[in-house]
Design a protein around this ligand. Structure first.
Ligand code: F6R
Length: 612
């Protein structure tokens, strides 16, 4: 949540900062601002609303400074407004700060600073930071590195989460950065260096990144970057080459990132499979070294995640239980972390997170570690916080996902966890080889089958046109189809603002059926041959009560009276969600387009939820 970017080098900073902000808008888009050091003074320009508003500010193009920081905000403390937008400066305009995260003790700090004569203009938690830096700078006792020491003294007082970028007119040759529980990456260039909350912001300029750790400081200059630990002891740090190319974070001719990412799924699934899965060979993961002895001791697996990633976990549960015969519990990270879950060293905890930065998922992981469980992260972002905290990590390799609504990350998560289940089953030697080989063959066929589903886009578009003005919709399914229904319902809510609910089809009669009235749309996913008849009976019950029905199915249905049917290819039940979710992704996309909404940046939402 919130995006930040900083630049120091031999070029004009503003265009680079603006480009960075534009590619970070998915992290927050209610206000934006920049601070540069121009003619030995800090100049701040900011405005409410999108980056486009910031770009339109008079004089912003004429800033010649070669050092600056910028921010696009998702409001936590203080409503979206120009005053509350970042960067924030101290009362003497010497230090400017952009901040992602939340300062939990800002009331106390404000009181302390007020007693010392400081005043505040915004309602944000962030504004205490530049003033604390100013206070410690003035009251510092060391001549050595006074700027860094002042930042460190200020940071020592902060409780909460932060990724900070600080500039000072007194030290125009550097940006100081530090993080705790909020991501920050430093990009190394030639005669220029970059910092950002997220890799895509600076991917157009460099592929060489340093991934800052919690409580680690960096002093970034045009030609040098110095790293310090929490005691300000300098150390060296390894650089990471990030393979994503800049165009993979661009729209490439698609109207929206979400549509592009939906259409990327044949390829993203290919990338996820990679060389890990081949017919006739054991499924292999370079980064895992689980043994039969260890897996035999595991008496339960937890899958913990949020939102769409949690829905992928629900599908993964079925695969792990069926193939490995280990009981699996799936939990929402924000619930798991506060309910004292029963876990010990015989529990394996799997954390799924596209961004690898979701605050609740990260906290849930730390909790499991503290109780002695082994932790495994499934993430899309190399070097993200969750991957650095976990004992093991496997990457989805789906490429950057920019649209706020997750699509390709979900399908990659599902296929990856299914491959993990095969891997465990092979180690445990607990499933017939032919069952696993058939499933592998179905997984390898997925990209072609996804292409076949994408060919149905026009049919989905037509249906979307008929229903986009509706206020309520219902999604039904049984087994993994129910889990897909949950994901379809979430997609619809978040980007088309239509109220929707997902129900296990068999539950309908226990209450929700009271909501079904004439003309209401009910969407059912029907892919499990063993449960088709049961689900058809449930659809008949809603038809009788006047519902309009859309059915997504891979079964050959005859003598049915559904209003619309989208046929998709058949595949193994454990991975059918990868195919059946696509018409639902397309449906929410087209409904949102018909309503004229901003598909990629839905209201009130932001990608990468780094606050609780
Ligand atoms: C929905 C969506 C969210 C995320 C959730 C977890 O489309 O994108 O529900 O799935 O915020 O995010 P990650 O996977 O980054 O932990």
């Amino acid at each position: 949540m919130c995006g930040s970017v900083g630049y120091i080098g031999d070029k004009q900073a503003t265009p680079i900062l603006m480009n960075g902000l534009l590619s970070l808008e998915y992290r927050g888009y209610d206000s934006a601002g920049i601070a540069v050091i121009e003619n030995n003074e800090i100049t701040v320009m900011k405005d409410k609303g999108r980056v486009a508003n910031l770009k339109a500010i008079d004089g912003i193009d004429t800033l010649t400074s070669q050092v600056g920081i910028a921010h696009t905000r998702w409001a936590t403390h203080g409503k979206p407004s120009k005053e509350n937008a970042h960067p924030h400066v101290d009362n003497h305009n010497q230090f400017a700060v952009v901040h992602n995260g939340i300062i939990e003790n800002y009331h106390e700090l404000k009181e302390f600073l007020t007693q010392k004569g400081y005043h505040f203009i915004s309602q944000t938690d962030t504004e205490v930071i530049p003033n604390l830096i100013d206070y410690y700078y003035k009251n510092g006792i060391s001549d050595e590195d006074p700027f860094l020491r002042a930042v460190k003294s200020a940071v020592d007082n902060l409780k909460g989460s932060y990724a900070l970028e600080v500039i000072s007119k007194l030290f125009p040759d550097r940006i100081i950065v530090v993080r705790k529980d909020s991501p920050l990456v430093i990009g190394k260039g030639k005669k220029e260096n970059f910092v950002a909350s997220d890799i895509p912001a600076i991917l157009a300029y460099t592929k060489d990144f340093y991934l800052l750790d919690d409580y680690e400081y960096a002093v970034i200059k045009q030609d040098e970057i110095h790293f310090y630990d929490n005691t300000l002891l300098e150390h060296s740090k390894a650089i990471k080459n990030i393979e994503w190319d800049a165009t993979s974070a661009e729209k490439n001719g698609y109207e929206d990132y979400m549509l592009k990412e939906i259409y990327e799924q044949p390829n993203s699934i290919r990338e996820t499979i990679g060389s890990r899965l081949k017919l006739g060979e054991p499924c292999s993961f370079d980064d895992l070294d689980f043994t039969k002895e260890y897996l035999d001791t595991i008496h339960q697996i937890y899958i913990v995640a949020c939102g769409t990633a949690m829905h992928a976990g629900l599908v993964g549960k079925t695969a792990l239980e069926r193939l490995c015969h280990i009981p699996v519990q799936v939990d929402i990270a924000s619930e798991f972390r506060y309910r004292d879950p029963i876990i010990d060293e015989k529990t394996l905890c799997i954390y799924i997170s596209q961004s690898g930065e979701t605050a609740d998922t990260l906290a849930a992981l730390k909790l499991a570690k503290s109780k002695g469980a082994k932790t495994l992260a499934i993430s899309n972002v190399i070097g993200s916080s969750i991957t650095r905290e976990a004992d093991y990590t496997i990457y989805t390799h789906a490429g950057p996902e920019i649209a706020v609504a997750s699509t390709k990350a979900y399908t990659s998560q599902v296929v990856l966890i299914c491959m993990l289940a095969i891997h465990f089953a092979e180690i445990l030697d607990c499933k017939q080889e032919s069952v696993l080989e058939n499933l592998k063959s179905d997984i390898l066929d997925l990209p072609t089958k996804i292409e076949a589903v994408l060919d149905k886009a026009e049919e989905v578009q037509k249906f979307a046109k008929k229903v986009y003005t509706e206020h309520d919709m219902y999604f039904l399914g049984r087994g993994t189809d129910y889990h897909v229904a949950m994901e379809g319902s979430l997609k619809l809510k978040e980007i088309s603002y239509i109220h929707s609910e997902a129900y296990a089809a068999g539950e309908l009669k226990h209450g929700p059926i009271a909501l079904i009235e004439n003309g209401i749309t009910v969407i059912t996913i029907l892919t499990n041959p063993d449960l088709v008849e049961k689900s058809i009976s449930n659809i008949q019950e809603v038809i009788t009560r006047g519902a309009k029905t859309l059915v997504v199915t891979n079964q050959k249905l005859s003598n049915v009276n559904f209003d619309y049917v989208i046929n998709i290819p058949e595949t193994n039940e454990l991975i059918s969600p990868i195919l059946s979710v696509i018409p639902l992704q397309l449906l929410s996309y087209y409904i949102s387009k018909n309503k004229g909404l901003d598909v990629d940046k839905p209201r009130n939402l932001a990608k990468s939820v780094t606050v609780e």
